[in-house]
Each structure stands twice: as C-alpha cells, then as structure tokens.
Design a protein around this ligand. Structure first.
Ligand code: SF4
Length: 243
C-alpha cells in the first residue's frame, strides 16, 4: 500500500528535468501557480492524523511517498522541515520515500540525531541526464542515509550510472519517461542500456512509467497517462526475459 504526503506544495524549476514539471502542468489546469510554495493547511501532519477510533489514518507498514508535489529540501521549506522529521521519527512503523533534485542541500537539512540515517527513510535522487548524474551522485554517495535509490526521470538521454552502481551504495534504480503535454521522448534503448548496467552490478531495476511519447523500434507511441505504468511493466518484463 502506498500513500502520498504533501506537507507543502509548489516548487522552483532548477534543472533540465523540471522543464515540463507535472506539478506545474497539473496546477495550470486549476489556474494555480506552482511556483508559490505553501504549507499544507490540512495535511501537514498527515502521518499523525488519527481516525475516530484513535488509530492512525495511515496504517503501519505503509510506504509514504513524501513531498511529490514539491521538493523536501527546498529552501523555502526550511522552517517547516523540522516538524516533518519529528513526525517521521514518531512513525517508525511507516517507510518514507523522499525524492529530491536538491541533494546538495541535504546535509544542511537533516535533523539532530540523524546519524547514519533513520532506518525508515529512503532518499532517492533524480538524475535525468548525464550532467545531473555526474553532479548529484558523487554528493549522494557521500551522504548518510539508510537507503538510497536513483531515479532516472524524466529520462532525457542514456545515463551511464556504472561508476556509481559499482560502489554498491545504491539499492535500486528506477527509470521513467516524461508525462503530459510537450513530453520529451523516452527511448526504450536508453532504458534497456540502463537495465543492462544494473544487471552487471546486481542492482534492482524498475521501469516505472513510459512517459507520454515512448520510442521503441523506431516508432513513437503516444501513451495515455493511465497506461504509462502498465506499458512500462510490459517493457520491463520484456527486458527481463530477453537480457
Ligand atoms: S524539482 Fe521536481 S517538483 Fe520541483 S520543479 Fe523540478 S520537477 Fe517540479
């Protein structure tokens, strides 16, 4: 079971992968300005919310995708993050997945007592192209975190992760294409090559979503957003069978 927790909303574009950010796209549909960062009035304390029987609304054992309509390490959220860490610590029965493009802010944003990282927190860093991988991953490999993932998304080219995978510090790699209007192409050959690289270093691999414009065997397929996940799973199965 998976839950989303958005203690704040909105973000600033900071990287090539942000060009067609889905938060901006979806907000624009509701005439909302995604560049305005706001603390959630209703769900800031979601992990601690209880139902009328006194049970936590998010049951133990759930993975909580944290801050997926913003970035957890955004400067504007510095004043709010401490309370989030506290909630994360209290809910040690949940597993929090935090994905960021701002790994260079990580060490200034961790709480006292973080030590080697809370066991119930996975930090995922996004690397949409080689330049971002080569900037962020050396930083990422040196931070303290109990669990580390790499998200190649939205994939903009083949990203050579081999120098980083061989360290043995990365628990998994997930690849995804870009969604919605103006989505840039996700080439299956890039996905295939990254899968091969993960195989070489025995790192778990996941093809999460194809993106809206998926290139395979020389043809571009237009994939509806709802289909992106199933189609990616089919692509992943194909890779597992053939490589
Ligand atoms: S960091 Fe993520 S949420 Fe923020 S603008 Fe970029 S893609 Fe959007």
């Amino acid at each position: 079971m998976n839950n989303f927790w958005s203690p704040w909303h909105g973000c600033h574009k900071c990287s090539p992968g942000c060009l067609n950010c889905y938060v901006y796209y979806l907000d624009s549909k509701r005439n909302k300005d995604a560049s305005i960062i706001t603390k959630s009035k209703t769900n800031f304390n979601l992990p601690l919310k209880k139902d009328r029987h006194g049970n936590y609304k998010i049951p133990g054992g759930t993975e909580v995708a944290t801050c997926f309509t913003s970035d957890f390490f955004l400067k504007e959220a510095d004043a709010w993050r401490k309370d989030c860490w506290e909630m994360i610590k209290i809910r040690s029965d949940l597993h929090f997945l935090i994905c960021t493009k701002r790994i260079d802010r990580f060490n200034t944003c961790i709480p006292e007592g973080w030590n080697e990282g809370y066991p119930n927190v996975t930090i995922a860093v996004t690397c949409e192209n080689q330049a971002m991988a080569d900037y962020r991953l050396p930083i990422f490999l040196n931070i303290k975190a109990a669990h580390k993932l790499v998200f190649v998304g939205p994939i903009l080219e083949y990203v050579d992760l081999k120098p980083y995978l061989k360290t043995g510090k990365i628990e998994g790699v997930s690849v995804s294409g870009e969604s919605y209007d103006n989505a840039r192409i996700c080439d299956f050959n890039w996905v295939k090559q990254i899968y091969k690289d993960t195989l070489k270093y025995h790192v778990p691999f996941n093809f999460h979503q194809t993106g809206s414009n998926f290139l395979m065997n020389g043809k571009i397929y237009k994939i509806s957003h709802n289909e992106e996940y199933d189609q990616a799973k089919k692509g992943e199965e194909y890779l597992r069978k053939t490589l």
